[in-house]
Ligand binder design. Sequence first.
Ligand SMILES: CC(C)(COP(=O)(O)OP(=O)(O)OC[C@H]1O[C@@H](n2cnc3c(N)ncnc32)[C@H](O)[C@@H]1OP(=O)(O)O)[C@@H](O)C(=O)NCCC(=O)NCCS
Length: 200
Amino acid sequence: MGGAGRGGSDVRLLMTYKDGERPVIETSRLTLRRWTEDDVVPLSRVNGDPAVMRWIGDGSVRDEEQTRAGIRAMEERWEATGSGIFALQERATGRLIGLAGLWTPDFLPELLPCVEAVWRLGRSSWGRGFGTEAAEAVMRFGFQQCGLDRIVGIVQKGNDASENIMKKLGMRRERDTTDPATGRALRVYELTRAECRPVD
Ligand SMILES: CC(C)(COP(=O)(O)OP(=O)(O)OC[C@H]1O[C@@H](n2cnc3c(N)ncnc32)[C@H](O)[C@@H]1OP(=O)(O)O)[C@@H](O)C(=O)NCCC(=O)NCCS
């Protein structure tokens, strides 16, 4: 994987990132952008798939109203902090395929303060390197545009696809712990700005 292949390292921030502006990132095959009302239905399809949600929280799916509230919360975070979770759009089709971005893992107080990188794709988009491509763009956004020094990844044990993304990004195992709300086993990874390298 890489710039000339699946294109993970070819990340272009289209808009200068300043207060009040809406950042848009283009990678080889993806656009990362802020949310609109039109995203509610396609994202609720992603959130309503038990296979997608299997390793998220307690594994329960979310309906359209919960998805609408989630989009509102993501947009509120963008407005409040200038960073957040992007809508993920496939450039070739213009289709909304999921989400990726930065969040605060309030569910895991032992890690706070910190910023977590998150990613979630609809099942039809799995296995094509999109997850890694989006994750790499998010890391670069966090370090280069938001000025973060450290980003964590939190994965439930057994979610090998997501853990593989963390390894491919060069993230290091930081600790194993338990989700206090669900009792599920978690693995925490971390990456510092100095360690952030393009995926090869
Ligand atoms: C995790 C997720 C984003 C991965 O997206 P993806 O686009 O399929 O991932 P990639 O194609 O970039 O693959 C990443 C790596 O994991 C590997 N991989 C993919 N699916 C895998 C699986 N089910 N088991 C083991 N490895 C897997 C890939 O082979 C790749 O490694 P490689 O390049 O060395 O071959 C996607 O599966 C998803 O959205 N899952 C549901 C939501 C979720 O769990 N989010 C993360 C919560 S922590």
